[in-house]
Design a protein around this ligand. Structure first.
Ligand SMILES: Cc1cc2nc3c(=O)[nH]c(=O)nc-3n(C[C@H](O)[C@H](O)[C@H](O)COP(=O)(O)OP(=O)(O)OC[C@H]3O[C@@H](n4cnc5c(N)ncnc54)[C@H](O)[C@@H]3O)c2cc1C
Length: 502
């Protein structure tokens, strides 16, 4: 008789938790998904979500993860996205500058966060191997005893839930991470940046037939860079835009009255104010929270063969590369590939070869490899996200940035002519974390991070640093040559004048 499947408990039914549940269920495990909040698919939750339309950008890493685990979901999500092919920079004087993301026309995709989560939940709940428990908040876990305590927040009852393996996908303030820190010598770092954000809504306009229409181009991510702060806007399917204002906390503190808010917007975002509308703006400022931005780093991400943290539970990052969720979904893909590579079974290990001190050697090895290999990548993307804030709110308008970007794109066009499509990478990425070998040619950093899930974040960062040094060296040579040419022209002019005078 074959052994029964092992039980994995997943804490948090956000996008990362749902995808993780599906990955384990697909490998034959029995999965239980515990979520502290009510089911977001219920009418009451949907109504609450409708009040605020929050979206995010999904790009190739997220899509590759869906493809590896739940390919049907990819098809559905892609129907619900609005592709954005570049940044639209809004200058203070109202000028617009479209900066495309990719020479081959590849796009990032704006999608409603709630819709994405609902679709994933729907798929998870439909799997016979997955049970979902809403209103169940995990309050503690004993990984050695393989038991966790869960509070039913409706009845206020505490339950003991046994497990073979525990996945913490419970977001930035993860209880699983905190419980793991009691038994793992985990390095952990948390940093709040001095900036906060607030979400605002730009309503839909009306076309000549009275139908809703976008007020600005829907196929761009709009940015109003103002050096120390910025406003961004992403399109929604209902023709509205979700705008996010990022600014230092001290600036927000000064916006304490309706007059102060309107004056500030009239000074720095006059065109956006017209589009959002004064009444809507003041309403959003009074209704929507000012939220902090933080970055967390930890290592390792697992404990023996008992637990792992994924997604924001393992790495919160500032949202300026649009990679937080993409990276969390990639965590699931990478873990899934390592479990396959190590031959981890869904049934309990039976022979002494597979067990050591009651630890499943294969599972422990897969998790060791995960923590070891994933660390550099997660640190790289957390740091890149932080750097990109300066690029988005300041550098995008400077001549130096535009010159370097032009050179970057020129070298890309000259050295890497073929487009690597996601479809061609799919089969490889569902089997292994990253294909072996180094990618050829010159590749812009944004392209590597956003459109090349076959290149790890750490590789992308290292390569971009090398390329940036070459561009900087080249820029110095160009400046030196311009300087020398100027001096030569001056010398010729002086010599000519001396000749004329004599
Ligand atoms: C302003 C902003 C913009 C962003 N834009 C982008 C973007 O464009 N692209 C992108 O890729 N990323 C973006 N992100 C990041 C992205 O939102 C997160 O990385 C992503 O939501 C993390 O998913 P997760 O499933 O790991 O965690 P979460 O979405 O936080 O889900 C965690 C779940 O766990 C549940 N939970 C928590 N504690 C418990 C408990 N004790 N018991 C049971 N359940 C629990 C929570 O209720 C929640 O449902 C953005 C973030 C911000 C703040």
């Amino acid at each position: 008789m074959s052994s029964p499947a092992r039980k994995v408990v997943i804490v948090g039914a956000g996008p990362v938790g749902c995808l993780a549940a599906m990955a384990f269920a697909k490998q034959g495990w029995k999965a239980e998904l515990y979520e502290s909040r009510p089911d977001i698919r219920l009418p009451a939750s949907k109504l609450a979500n409708k009040q605020r339309s929050i979206n995010l950008a999904i790009s190739h890493r997220g899509i590759a993860a869906f493809d590896a685990i739940d390919p049907a979901a990819t098809q559905r999500f892609m129907q619900a996205v609005t592709p954005m092919r570049g940044r639209m920079i809004h200058s203070l004087n109202g000028d617009l500058d479209s900066q495309l993301y990719d020479r081959d026309g590849q796009c990032i995709n704006s999608i409603d966060r709630a819709l994405l989560n609902e679709e994933l939940l729907e798929d998870a709940a439909a799997s016979p191997n997955i049970r979902v428990f809403f209103n169940h908040k995990v309050t503690s876990a004993d990984f050695d005893a393989k038991i966790m305590t869960v509070r039913n927040v409706e009845s206020n009852e505490d339950l003991s839930v046994g497990f073979d393996f525990c996945v913490g996908a419970d977001g930035s303030y993860s209880i699983v991470r905190r419980q793991m820190m009691r038994v793992v010598r985990m390095d952990y770092q948390q940093e709040y940046i001095k900036h906060e954000y607030i979400e605002l809504r730009m309503p839909a306009g009306q076309d000549d037939d009275g139908k809703p229409t976008f007020l600005i181009d829907p196929n761009h991510l709009h940015i109003w860079p103002r050096h120390s702060f910025m406003l961004v806007a992403l399109p929604n399917k209902d023709k509205t835009f979700t705008c996010t204002l990022f600014a230092p906390s001290s600036d927000f503190d000064r916006l304490s009255s309706a007059d102060a808010i309107l004056d500030w917007f009239r000074t720095y975002f006059p065109d956006a104010l017209l589009l959002i509308g004064e009444k809507n703006l003041l309403n959003d400022f009074s209704q929507n929270p000012r939220s902090p931005l933080m970055c967390t780093k930890s290592k390792p991400y697992h404990y023996k063969d008992r637990a792992i943290i994924l997604g924001d539970a393992a790495h919160s990052m500032v949202p300026f590369y649009g990679q937080g969720l993409n990276c969390g979904l990639e965590d699931v893909r990478v873990l899934n590939a390592l479990l396959l590579e190590e031959g981890v079974k869904s049934t309990p290990p039976s022979s002494a070869i597979e067990l050591s001190d009651n630890v499943d050697k294969r599972l422990a090895r897969a998790l060791d490899r995960y923590s070891e290999s994933r660390y550099d990548d997660l640190i790289a993307i957390c740091d890149l996200a932080m750097d990109n804030y300066v690029e988005m709110r300041h550098a995008v308008t400077t001549p130096g940035y535009l010159f370097k970007k032009t050179l970057d794109n020129l070298l890309y066009a000259l050295s890497s002519r073929t487009k690597i499509s996601l479809t061609s990478l799919g089969p490889l990425l569902s089997r292994m974390p990253y294909p072996p070998g180094t990618p050829s040619g010159w590749l812009p950093l944004y392209t590597m991070v956003t459109f090349r899930p076959d290149i790890s974040y750490a590789t992308a960062q290292k390569r971009a640093t090398r390329q940036a040094r070459i561009i900087a060296g080249f820029s110095w040579i160009v400046m030196l040559l311009i300087g020398l040419a100027g001096m030569w022209i001056m010398w010729l002019a002086l010599a000519f004048r001396t000749q004329v005078q004599s």
